[in-house]
Design a protein around this ligand. Structure first.
Ligand SMILES: [Zn+2]
Ligand SMILES: [Zn+2]
Length: 344
């Protein structure tokens, strides 16, 4: 099986006998912590560091599985250009409504009885998009897992570097009890046997189909692509705010207030969309409007600081941000905010 995968261009690494986890690191790698990139075992062909050891080298593969025929087989999804949708069927309590399908609000009146596992949450997502569930996709390789779940294998198209996620994560997630295996993860190959049972391919299809377009869109919407254009939140105040301090007159304290007021807007930069950005920006503009009304700063200064902060968190949405800022400031101007001044 390892050779079959490697011939398809999927790098493989050994799994511990009877388990779905990689073989243990060697004693050196266990005792001296280091990054896989700095490990001497990997170039030497020793299978340390899980999927980082994955290889297409047939001789290495013959040696690993020749010496240990009971090793299972894992495929490093990223370099194999695979995206595997990992559907779980665990018995677990339903999460909060906003964690069932992250980014898709589910109203309180929607009846969720019968929704029990990842097969259901994925089916709901697919139905919302008018598509069949990937778990029912008989055009691609699907694998039953020993715990009653399913791995739906797809090929990543257009060299896109899809990222892993866990359905239970508070960050990036596609759906409740649905994990995504891609860059940064591995997948157990069908034919692997564990103490809990076998990984068995469903039906006759043994090749992954291209990732369906609608599913790619959903993965993109839920943040499964790296976002090089989105800057990390900046620890330093924006230039416009530094200018306020530079203007002097004991405005250090005002700057601290601004930093606190703008923090929720800056925090939105950590997620590519949503995250209540409009609300956060509106509230910040309202509060800062109050500072303008109390003569702590000019309206022009307030606008510059808000615009700069908003543009850093949501680049490309400047026009929309400008509208939110203007209406927030206008509302706040009616509520002067007298921050206690420290005596000089
Ligand atoms: Zn090692
Ligand atoms: Zn190592």
């Amino acid at each position: 099986m390892a050779r079959w995968c490697a011939r398809r261009g999927w790098p493989v690494h050994p799994l511990a006998p009877g388990r779905k986890t990689p073989t243990a690191n060697c004693a050196d790698c266990r005792t001296s912590p280091h990054k896989p990139a700095a490990c001497s075992c990997l170039p030497a062909g020793r299978p340390c560091h899980g999927f980082y050891a994955a290889t297409l080298d047939q001789r290495r593969i013959d040696r690993w599985w020749g010496q240990h025929p009971d090793f299972g087989v894992g495929v490093a999804c990223g370099p194999a250009r695979l995206v595997v949708i990992d559907v779980d069927a665990h018995h677990a309590e339903l999460p909060a409504r906003d964690r069932l399908l992250p980014g898709i609000p589910i109203a309180d009146h929607v009846d969720l009885s019968g929704l029990e596992n990842g097969f259901h949450s994925l089916a709901v997502l697919a139905a919302l998009r008018g598509q069949p569930s990937p778990a029912d996709d008989c055009t691609t390789l699907r694998v039953r897992t020993p715990s009653g779940g399913m791995h739906v294998w797809y090929r990543a198209m257009d060299n896109r570097r899809w990222q892993c996620s866990a359905g239970s994560s508070m960050g990036r997630a596609l759906a409740w009890q649905v994990d995504v295996r891609a860059h940064g993860g591995y997948i157990v190959v069908p034919g692997t046997t564990t103490a809990h049972g076998d990984y068995v391919a469903v039906g006759d299809v043994r090749e992954p189909a291209p990732l369906p377009g609608w599913l790619a869109q959903e993965l993109e919407r839920t943040g499964h692509l790296p976002a090089p254009n989105i800057p990390a939140p900046r620890p330093v105040p924006p230039r416009a705010q530094q200018a306020v301090v530079a203007a002097g007159g004991g405005r250090q304290r005002l700057s601290q207030t601004l930093t606190a007021v703008l923090a929720p807007v800056r925090a939105c930069a950590q997620v590519p969309e949503g995250a209540g950005f409009s609300d956060a920006l509106n509230r910040a503009a309202f509060t800062i409007g109050g500072l303008v009304a109390a003569d702590r700063m000019t309206r022009a200064e307030a606008e510059a600081i808000l615009l700069e902060t908003a543009a850093a968190a949501r680049p490309g949405q400047e026009r929309r941000s400008e509208q939110i800022i203007r209406s927030g400031l206008n509302a706040g101007l009616g509520k002067p905010l007298f921050v206690q001044r420290r005596r000089p």
